[in-house]
Design a protein around this ligand. Structure first.
Ligand code: PLP
Length: 422
């Protein structure tokens, strides 16, 4: 029998891939804790927790046992007209950790759909109140997913050229910084006067796909205040930042303005099953609550609130709130601080930064997002047994919370070696 990596090529079409220039896929046969194991027997430290999902380690026994029990009880049922214990219990647990104004929880399948739902809710909220608002505000370089609405509010990318004619109407603002904030607020106010803006979507504190770019909480807050003054709904996309990554349960917890809507996915189910969640305030829910059927929110996915995914999410929340994981988050943050003190003056390092368990540094060399140099870096890390996916010239770490000191030191060492070598 041929190897999986060869059999793969007959039928499979991979995401975000130009197959002509990137032929071979590495076959992963198992995963445990921070390790991925490949078909040829090599092990890799998953230093980005498989796109920020498996934060409690791969194949976590505690979560698996819970889901396994649930599987024998109730596997899947329509969530329109029915409800079930895993959804009700997850909602009760979420209400304890989410910002206090988040009161209603709508499930879907992934991060992009959680964003689609938020956009549709924001537009219909105004529509139900008799106001036509048809423009969204977003930040340049933001990333919110690959479905049409989510793609439209994301930063303009050369990879989306074919679709631009079909985007929903979006106005983009630059990321707030100490230098531009006053101008930005002025420009924002003008835009808000001139356009019928329904909502403002943003990644709080960290723009992930942009290359782990940080936003100061105070400046973000001022932008949110401006939106509030114009009755614009604010949508915090915490698909990446949610569930402890920035040191608090949600990045939003570090700001004084709470958003009207929140989007969650990725670590929600600890990487075991796909699920998206859009949360809203009572006030938004109330704008849909009516004798008129058409004022309801007629959006639904077949797997909405899948009982197994809900069970995985409840188990993950229990772990997140444990003393052990909260200590791990502080421990990793302290290790990042020590690592950063070593790295920040390196001649090949431009800007470097960390928050919670996220660490990022920009190489002082320009690079294309999916270009050759970036691929070389990726290969060098894999050769050292570390899975990292540099974004252009940004190398970042977002490890599972359960990574040990020795394992994290190995990740740091691989970065130092690779940076010394360029
Ligand atoms: C990954 C991501 C999304 C999209 O989630 P998918 O599950 O990949 O559709 C949306 N927003 C942010 C901030 C993300 O990091």
């Amino acid at each position: 029998m041929n190897k999986l990596s060869e059999r793969d090529q007959r039928y499979l079409w991979h995401p975000l891939t130009q197959h002509k220039t990137h032929a071979g896929m590495l076959a992963i046969t198992s995963a445990k804790g921070v390790y991925l194991k490949s078909e040829d027997g090599s092990s890799y430290i998953d230093a980005i927790a498989s796109w920020y999902t498996c934060m409690y380690g791969h194949c976590n026994e505690f979560i698996i046992d819970r889901v396994h029990d649930q599987m024998r009880q109730l596997d899947q049922v329509v969530f329109s007209g029915f409800t079930h214990q895993p959804a009700v219990e997850l909602a009760e647990s979420l209400a304890k950790v989410l910002p206090g104004n988040q009161q209603k929880f709508f499930f879907s399948d992934n991060g992009s759909t959680s964003v689609e739902v938020a956009i549709k809710m924001a537009i219909q909220y105004h529509f139900n109140k008799g106001e036509k608002r048809n423009v969204l505000l977003a930040l340049e370089e933001g990333f919110h997913g690959d479905t049409f609405g989510a793609m439209s509010v994301s930063g303009l990318s050369v990879y989306n050229g074919a679709f631009e004619d079909f985007f929903i109407k979006v106005i983009r603002l630059p990321r707030p910084t100490a230098e531009n904030i006053e101008d930005l607020l002025k420009k924002g106010a003008e835009l808000l006067e001139e356009n019928a803006i329904a909502g403002f979507i943003y990644e709080p504190l960290v723009q992930g796909a942009a290359g782990m770019k940080f936003i100061n909480a105070g400046q973000q807050d001022r932008l949110l205040e401006l939106m509030r003054n114009y009755g614009v709904l604010t949508i915090a996309d915490e698909v990446m930042t949610g569930f402890g990554k920035t040191g608090t349960n949600f990045a939003t917890d570090q700001m004084s303005h709470q958003p009207d809507l929140m989007c969650l996915s990725k670590a929600l189910t600890a990487g075991l099953l796909p699920m998206g969640l859009t949360t809203s305030t009572q006030e938004i829910f109330d704008a849909f609550y009516s004798e008129e059927i058409s004022k309801g929110f007629f959006h639904g996915h077949t797997y909405t609130a899948n009982p197994l995914a809900c069970t995985a999410a409840s188990a993950a929340l229990e772990l997140l709130s444990s003393d052990k994981i909260q200590q791990d988050i502080r421990r990793i943050n302290q290790m990042h601080a020590d690592f950063d003190a070593r790295m920040k003056n390196h001649p090949n390092v431009g800007n470097s930064r960390y928050i919670g368990v996220i660490y990022a540094l920009d190489l002082a060399v320009p690079m294309e997002r999916y270009g050759k140099l970036r691929d070389t870096l990726y290969g060098k890390f894999m050769d050292k047994g570390v899975f990292l996916r540099p974004l252009g010239n940004t190398i970042y770490i977002l490890p599972p919370y359960i990574i040990t000191d020795d394992q994290l030191n190995k990740v740091y060492q691989s970065i130092e070696e690779v940076i010394d070598s360029i």
